[in-house]
Design a protein around this ligand. Structure first.
Ligand code: HEC
Ligand code: HEC
Ligand code: HEC
Length: 364
């Protein structure tokens, strides 16, 4: 019966340890002050758990092309508003309030050297428990998270001027001097087009000249979390109803959406023109411009929108990511009937058709 006595001893010790731990926790002796820091051994254990957990969970992610300059630009622009307030940025030290956090959000200049691309993706998408590092607010938008990773990879080689040019587009004072711009519009102009400057990235939609009703509906869809975007949802959440209507009116009045240079693949726009103006009847695809140039303000204007943005949004419709709104439910079945080649053709045509307008009156 020796083994029985042994088992009792082991069991008894474990129960005593568990009770001791519980008593310690309940006693209040442990100091939870952020100021008091961790014991060296605690820090060591936490780091071990964090490293191993990220390494194990991050294995399955698959990266798109991270050298795409439009991804890098979009990632930089979001970083400036969504990450730099905690992590700081080239030329901007971390705020003293943030330095009182435990752990302190690290300067990310070296993060791309310590973590692999997949690991960075995993951390930015999922956040880190018990640290204050938040998860991406729209987890289905992996494409957006990859844009941030594309930027983080470039960060180690970036100086202050290079960072500012990428993240802020134009120097703030120059923007501020522009007559008639409300402070709200200036905030948006960091990413979106102004009447004299294109969007910061081809993945950021052009807004100047967009229909006011569609514009306001889009902002409300972000605000209500019906249209997922970890970039636009936090921005829309801060706008009240009056600001949404004001911005929609201001942007609708700006001259814009008149067409960009055609992309390299757009030498022959006839297929795209045909889809946009006549549809593909045998595939059940209606003419895009029957809705999009109809003058009914809830349909967005597409003429002159960037081809990269049009392609990306059509893929999002196909994946059901814009299906939560009534308007999205009108567009989703149309998008699902298009194949990749048709998407490319029609996007190139719409983007370049300011230069080469299709027949008929397009103005609403
Ligand atoms: C509210 C503050 C806060 C915000 C906002 C925030 N982070 Fe963090 N982040 C943290 C904290 C705290 C840690 C944990 C550091 C640790 O465990 O040592 C962290 C850790 C990280 C790490 C791991 C760094 C390392 O070397 O261990 C990465 C990468 C990261 N954040 C990226 C981002 C990105 C990109 C954004 C913006 C999309 C962002 N963070 C937004 C607070 C924040
Ligand atoms: C950090 C960059 C950034 C900033 C700052 C920003 N936006 Fe955006 N905006 C985007 C991106 C990226 C999208 C596309 C998101 C998506 O995929 O749904 C977008 C989409 C939109 C759309 C939908 C357009 C369409 O064609 O469907 C509207 C409207 C909009 N933004 C308005 C604003 C307003 C108003 C502001 C300022 C208060 C603002 N944005 C600030 C990046 C930004
Ligand atoms: C029956 C009307 C209708 C037809 C036909 C139609 N669309 Fe749409 N489309 C819509 C509506 C409504 C929306 C707004 C959806 C939303 O708000 O989520 C939209 C949105 C879009 C958007 C997103 C624009 C933005 O700024 O985010 C793209 C891109 C688009 N459509 C492309 C096309 C293409 C390409 C075709 C032709 C193959 C087409 N549409 C045909 C009704 C239509």
């Amino acid at each position: 019966m020796a083994w029985r006595r042994g088992a009792l001893w082991v069991g008894g010790t474990l129960v005593a340890l568990a009770l001791g731990g519980l008593l310690f926790a309940a006693s209040g002796i442990y100091n939870v002050a952020a100021r008091s820091g961790h014991f060296d051994v605690t820090t060591w254990v936490i780091e071990l758990v964090l490293r191993r957990s990220v390494a194990l969970h991050a294995r399955s992610a698959e990266a798109p092309n991270l050298d795409d300059i439009d991804r890098i630009r979009l990632g930089a622009a979001h970083f400036q508003g969504g990450c730099a307030p905690c992590h700081g940025a080239p030329g901007t030290a971390r705020n003293p309030i943030v330095k009182g956090m435990l752990p302190v959000p690290p300067d990310l200049a070296r993060a791309a050297e310590t973590w692999s691309e997949k690991e960075l993706f995993w951390i930015v998408r999922n956040g880190l428990k018990y640290t204050g590092m938040p998860a991406w607010s729209a987890p289905t938008r992996e494409d957006e998270v990859w844009s941030v990773v594309a930027f983080l990879r470039r960060l180690p080689t970036m100086d202050t001027a290079g960072y500012r040019a990428l993240a802020e587009g134009e120097a703030e004072p120059a923007v501020a001097q522009r007559a008639g711009w409300s402070p709200e519009l200036l905030r948006c102009g960091r990413c979106h087009d102004t009447s004299d400057r294109p969007s910061a990235s081809q993945l950021v939609p052009r807004l100047a000249g967009q229909s006011a009703r569609y514009f306001a509906a889009a902002l409300r869809a972000y605000k209500d979390e019906w249209r997922p975007s970890g970039i636009m949802q936090p921005i829309a959440a801060e706008l009240d109803e009056a600001a949404i209507d004001r911005l929609a009116e201001q942007y609708a009045r700006l001259p814009g959406l008149v067409g960009t240079a055609p992309t390299a693949l757009a030498d022959d726009l006839s297929q795209g023109r045909s889809i946009a103006t006549a549809g593909v009847p045998e595939a059940g695809i209606p003419a895009c411009l029957s809705c999009h140039a109809s003058g009914y303000g809830l349909y967005p204007r597409l003429i002159g929108q960037s081809a990269a943005y049009i392609r990306q949004q059509l893929h999002l419709f196909q994946a059901g990511q814009r299906e939560q709104t009534v308007l999205g439910q009108i567009m989703t079945p149309v998008a699902r009937r298009l194949n990749d080649r048709q998407i490319q053709e029609v996007a190139d045509f719409l983007a370049s058709s300011g230069r080469e307008p299709p027949g008929g009156d397009l103005s609403p």
